[in-house]
Design a protein around this ligand. Structure first.
Ligand code: SF4
Length: 77
């Protein structure tokens, strides 16, 4: 799975980093970011806990559909 942090929602509380330090890190701007592109299976549970524990729901799962929409906006069938 892939996760992303919406910096507009993140308040930099650090909870995600505390729960899943292999996945999330607080950057210099004081807000969280993901440090892995693909979350390894063995820490997926921690990552999901962090996602669900985020007080502002700033962590989202990136689906393949999202990625396609981002890259090609004209791909409707
Ligand atoms: S738990 Fe949510 S609000 Fe807190 S630092 Fe992580 S992404 Fe930001």
């Amino acid at each position: 799975m892939k996760l992303k942090v919406d910096k507009d929602l993140c308040i930099g509380c650090g909870a995600c980093q505390a729960v899943a330090p292999e996945v999330f890190e607080i950057e210099d701007d004081g807000l969280a970011t993901t440090i892995v592109d693909e979350v390894p299976k063995e820490i997926e549970e921690d990552a999901i806990d962090a996602k669900e524990g985020c007080p502002t729901s700033a962590i989202d799962e990136v689906t393949e559909e999202d990625e396609n929409t981002e890259e090609t906006s004209n791909n409707e069938e």
